[in-house]
Design a protein around this ligand. Structure first.
Ligand code: NAD
Length: 485
């Protein structure tokens, strides 16, 4: 794997201002995959200056022209899919096949979705004596995490470019290599200089320099609630728009009339995907008290299907966690669960057998977890499922809503209608009804401390737009004749 020495700023690869480097570690071998520059305030300033200078031109392009660029970026990423899947399987640890399907498939699709939307979106409309036009918010800084690194980048960058914004991307320093490939693709399609810029480094240094910068109009952030709060504080000084996609502690409510084997298996899958490092993971399984024994047995069986192993090995469903720090954090939560008296049904804090290298954690299921205990309240971000029992439906909804978070969830029932009724009572941004699949066109985002704003589809495009009202006199009909589009 190639070391990276430069940032992509103003349409060129330019050396970083400082000499410091960050090592990118392969999650399954624990070896250094590559190094990247540890950017500083000078790099932030250069990237913002480029994005600022490019804004006037890019914001005036037609949606059709922007659509053409997005389509070319989609094609460029698609052509490098195999390479990207390998990079992300190395950086993050997700098994290669899944990595190709999800970590690469979804960003490729997203660039296509925004290419279409740029053309289909209603950019202006008439209301009373006003022509209301939608305009790009300006220079956008995108700060992204490591768990679905390219997916989270695409959700922001494709939408922001479609909107007519210019972009500075600061990807996660833990899984940044995929972002360099994206920058190469963007360079190869001839996007005007300064429209997209890439810098890397740590959150507190280059991240905060970007958030503070007076030349930036909006921060679009995905990551931890802790960092989201800090970013909101720093951005408040200059009243920037801040969109936040943060953590979660989502509940899967299994109702008494659900098909238990399907519901339990579906919940375990929704918890363990990407070794549990998914913000919308269904980490709390809520089940009727009277069905606990049945459910516990089924959950252990389902967890056993998650073969732990080398992401490049072929048969593993559960790769390593992303880093040594993340593994330690998850093991500490497992120890805490045991200390607080939950029943350890399978897994545990010890390393899985036969895997001396790599940040592996055993798929772990806890039973009879108290709703207010640490493992039922805090985001663990590892393959750890908590089974919680409830008395009746009201109790289930109360427990589901009883955390600081509100990102996702699920309801399982013999009747879709019944499940929908319960889903409507959940204070959360997404609910899967009887295992309904993830939809790239539906709004994604959180209630409460899971964030502010929505990504994906037209809802994600709106995040990057301002409204402008142009008032006209009654005889100015010619001005509004084409207003529908
Ligand atoms: P993190 O908050 O540590 O880092 C995310 C990004 O923010 C990184 O690029 C980091 O460098 C940067 N950053 C950190 N502190 C910063 C600061 N003070 N100023 C500016 N930038 C800063 O999160 P992570 O560990 O990379 O990712 C895991 C977290 O992301 C989990 O909590 C997960 O739930 C959340 N997440 C949320 C969503 C969502 O859509 N809601 C999606 C994926 C992940």
């Amino acid at each position: 794997m190639q070391n990276r020495d430069s940032f992509y700023i103003n349409g060129k690869w330019v050396p970083a201002s400082g000499k410091n480097r960050i090592e990118v570690i392969n999650a399954s071998t624990e070896e250094v995959m590559a190094t990247i520059p540890d950017g500083d305030e000078n790099d932030a300033n250069a990237a913002v200056a480029a994005a600022r200078a490019a804004f006037d031109g890019w914001s005036m392009t037609t949606p059709a022209a922007r659509s053409d660029f997005l389509r070319k970026i989609q094609e460029g990423l698609k052509a490098r899919s195999d390479e990207l899947a390998k990079i992300i399987a190395g950086e993050v640890g997700m098994p290669l096949k899944l990595s190709a399907m999800i970590q690469v498939g979804s960003p490729v699709a997203n660039f296509g979705i925004y290419a279409k939307l740029a053309n289909a979106f209603q950019w202006q409309e008439v209301t009373g004596n006003s022509l209301v036009v939608r305009e790009p918010v300006g220079v956008v800084v995108c700060i992204t995490p490591w768990n679905y690194p390219l997916h989270q980048i695409a959700a922001k960058v494709a939408a922001a470019l479609a909107a007519g914004c210019t972009v500075v991307l600061k990807p996660s320093e833990v899984a940044p290599l995929n972002a360099f490939v994206l920058a190469e693709v963007i360079d190869s399609v001839g996007l005007p200089a300064g429209v997209f810029n890439l810098v890397t480094g740590t959150g507190p240094v280059i991240g905060e320099a970007l958030v503070r910068h007076p030349g930036v109009d909006m921060i679009s952030f995905t990551g931890s609630t802790r960092a989201g709060k800090r970013i909101s504080e720093v951005a408040a000084a200059s009243v920037k728009r801040v969109a936040l996609e943060l953590g979660g502690k989502s509940a899967s409510i299994i109702l008494d009339d659900a098909d238990l084997p399907t519901a339990v298996k579906g919940t375990v899958n929704a918890c363990f995907l990407n070794s549990g490092q998914t913000c919308s993971a269904h980490t709390r399984m809520l089940v009727p008290q009277s069905r606990y024994e049945e459910v516990a047995k089924l959950a252990v069986e389902a967890a056993k299907n998650f073969a732990v192993g080398d992401p490049f090995g072929g048969s593993a469903k559960l790769g390593p966690l992303v880093s040594a720090a993340q593994r330690e954090r998850v093991r500490n939560y497992i120890r805490k669960g045991i200390e607080e008296g939950a029943e350890l049904l399978c897994g545990g804090p010890d390393a899985p057998e036969g895997l001396p290298k790599g940040y592996y954690v055993k798929p772990t299921v806890f039973g009879r977890v108290k709703p207010d205990s640490t493992i039922a309240q805090e985001e663990i971000f590892g393959p750890v499922l908590s089974i919680i029992t409830y008395r009746d439906e009201d109790d289930a909804v109360k427990i589901a809503n009883g955390t600081l978070y509100g990102l996702a969830g699920g309801v399982w029932s013999g009747s879709d209608e019944h499940a929908m009724q319960v889903a409507r009572r959940m204070r959360t941004g997404q609910v899967d009804i009887n295992g309904g699949a993830f939809n790239l066109g539906a709004p994604f985002g959180g209630y409460k401390q899971s964030g502010r704003g929505r990504e994906m589809g037209p809802y994600g495009l709106e995040e990057f737009l301002e409204y402008k009202s142009l008032q006209f006199r009654p005889d100015a009909t010619a001005l509004t004749a084409n207003a529908a589009h």
